[in-house]
Design a protein. Structure first.
Ligand code: IPM
Ligand code: MG
Length: 414
């Protein structure tokens, strides 16, 4: 097992109320920590301090175990997902993931060693090995950030409450088809794909090249996924909006049939609508029409959730969790990028990571801690504090702060 790293703030005043020694009444939670690439370590430093303090106040102690991944791990350990990190993450079962990737290294080392590109190697491997089927991306609309939204004021509900709980299907689809099926003797489709490949190869030899990703869904996995999404909608009293491309694609025609059947048989009380992915994309700008729990495939969810976050404010506010519904294994990763161009400058917005930390605490049973973080974020925005990405030029009452200061502001309000 890797070493335990205490996440200690630089500011000695904050230090006093951050690190609390465990006592017998406090529950210890082990967490695998990936600080990550680019600006991620700075943002994660703030997020870990905030999560630790909120947990302490809710009877919990967080023990972070460093499990390096990303280009930084390649430089120190020779692999963007070192074996020891993967083993520890699986053993610990809860991962707080700062984000990996840096285009500069992708274009240099990655050009020579494409298998080391960390987005695919680290993130996809973890999702698969930990069985992370459900990816929750709740979109929170902050009226304080209204000037950043791409939604016209008349399309924001008068109570200003927008509920878009995206639940992305995080396995299978085009992300995993090739590695699951090509050259895998267990599947007939491998032979089929190889035959098509050989055929195409001979047909296009000469000037053309052809590349393909196999996209697939399994009946049992769709059923498990959609039951979880329906259950969530029922608990929240929200409709379920299922997104697909059933008009032209086989896997989504199948998806829609299963969703319809499971809905009718097991969740007749949940209002179900189907939405084609292209029209769902257009509805992003009239969020009142996309109100509910939104179920969508892996690739659709990747694309649409960035759009939803940007439409309502900023990618920097995105929070995300990925859960295995059978084992409870979970990874908490904001889903936003690593901001490599401003790395080391104390400029990146840590709020998405901080809110993702709140999701982690809720998952670990510390709902009060999670609530207090979310409330603190709202208060800080109300008071006009912004990292530079959220600060429109010349807006009155806006105070621009750095990554660490933003962390301090949240800490002070827990
Ligand atoms: C996300 C990211 C990842 C994805 C990448 C980095 C593999 O964009 O979590 O949305 O495509 O799933
Ligand atoms: Mg994405």
């Amino acid at each position: 097992m890797s070493k335990v790293v205490a996440v200690i703030p630089n500011n000695p005043v904050l230090l006093q109320n951050t690190i609390q020694q465990p006592n017998i009444l406090m529950k210890t939670h082990n967490i695998a920590l990936v600080t990550g690439d680019g600006s991620a370590p700075e943002m994660m430093r703030a997020a870990c301090r905030v999560a630790s303090k909120a947990a302490n106040k809710d009877g919990g102690v967080l023990n972070f175990h460093e499990t390096p991944a990303g280009w930084n791990a390649y430089f120190s350990l020779g692999d963007t997902l070192p074996k020891s990190s993967l083993e520890d993450m699986i053993k610990i079962g809860t991962v707080f993931f700062g984000g990996v990737g840096d285009p500069q290294h992708d274009n240099t080392i990655g050009a020579e060693h494409p298998e080391m590109k960390p987005e695919a190697r680290a993130l996809l491997t973890l999702r698969k090995e930990m069985g992370l089927l459900l990816n929750f991306r709740p979109m929170i609309y902050y009226p304080e950030l209204a000037s950043l939204t791409n939604v016209k004021p008349e399309n924001i509900p008068s109570d200003k409450i927008i509920k878009q709980i995206w639940i992305r299907f995080l396995l299978e689809d085009s992300y995993f088809g090739n590695q699951d099926f090509l050259n895998n003797p267990d599947y007939k489709v491998a032979a089929h794909a190889a035959a098509i490949g050989a055929c195409v190869k001979s047909a296009v030899r000469g000037t053309e090249e052809l590349v393909s990703d196999i996209a697939y869904y399994r009946k049992k996995t769709i059923e498990k996924y959609i039951r979880a999404a329906f259950k969530h909608a029922r608990e929240l009293g929200l409709p379920l909006i299922s997104i697909d491309k059933a008009n032209v694609m086989a896997r989504y025609d199948y998806w829609r049939k299963i969703v319809t059947r499971v809905g009718a048989e097991e969740f007749p009380d949940v209002n179900l609508t189907h939405q084609l992915v292209d029209s769902a994309n257009a509805l992003m700008f009239t969020p009142a029409k996309l109100h509910g729990v939104i179920a969508c495939g892996n690739e659709h969810g990747d694309i649409l959730s960035d759009g939803a976050a940007a439409a309502l404010g900023s990618m920097g506010m995105m929070c995300s969790s990925a859960i295995n519904p059978d084992t409870g294994a979970a990874m908490f990763e904001s889903g936003a990028g690593t901001a490599p161009t401003i790395a080391g400058q104390d400029k990146a917005n840590p709020l998405g990571r901080i809110l993702t930390g709140a999701m982690m605490l809720r998952h670990l049973g510390m709902g009060n801690a999670a609530d207090s973080i979310e409330a603190a974020v709202k208060q800080v925005l109300e008071l006009g504090y912004r990292t530079i990405d959220l600060a429109p030029a010349n807006q009155e009452g806006i105070k621009v702060v750095g990554t660490e200061w933003m962390g301090d502001l949240i800490m002070a309000r827990l």
